[in-house]
Design a protein around this ligand. Structure first.
Ligand code: CMP
Length: 143
């Protein structure tokens, strides 16, 4: 089973969409093996988005993702990384499939509600930024 990382951005929490988004993920068969609510600090946000350092949207993105609590999670499943990206939809909600999470609820490219790792390398790196191994739990999912 593959693991991936996702977090719900501050606007998802502020808009009361946590339950709705998590329900969508559960219904798609993703197994939640770690989950926590945190406020990202400058260091964590900078590490998470280090590949975007210096881009024109970097500073506003940093500010936005630290503007309130986020819900971080580790999800497990077959082809979890690609399947989650598909479920989440393209970065810009205007280009995302209408049925995807960003297509359904996203407001703008910045306020696109949810982040999902884009590769196995990013997934391992991002999981390790947010979770210690002991926080990732093992249980049986009855599908
Ligand atoms: P995310 O999946 O979290 O990964 C990088 C984030 O940068 C992306 O979602 C968007 O929220 C944000 N982003 C990417 N491109 C732009 C852009 N052109 N303008 C504003 N934000 C952007």
């Amino acid at each position: 089973m593959e693991r991936t990382f996702a977090y719900l951005k501050p606007n998802a929490i502020q808009r009361g969409l946590v339950g709705e988004i998590i329900t969508t993920l559960e219904k798609k068969g993703f197994k939640i093996v770690a989950l926590k609510m945190i406020v990202m600090d400058e260091h964590l946000a900078g590490e998470l988005y280090r590949e975007h350092t210096g881009k024109d949207f970097f500073v506003p993105l940093m500010k936005f993702v630290q503007s309130g609590p986020v819900v971080a999670m580790v999800l497990e499943g077959e082809n979890a990384i690609k399947r989650l990206r598909h479920t989440v939809g393209r970065t810009d909600p205007l280009e995302a499939d209408a049925g995807s999470i960003r297509g359904r609820y996203g407001v703008s490219v910045r306020k696109n509600l949810i982040h999902a790792s884009d590769s196995p390398e990013s997934a391992s790196r991002e999981i390790a930024l947010f979770f210690e191994e002991r926080e990732i739990l093992d249980y049986t999912l009855a599908l």
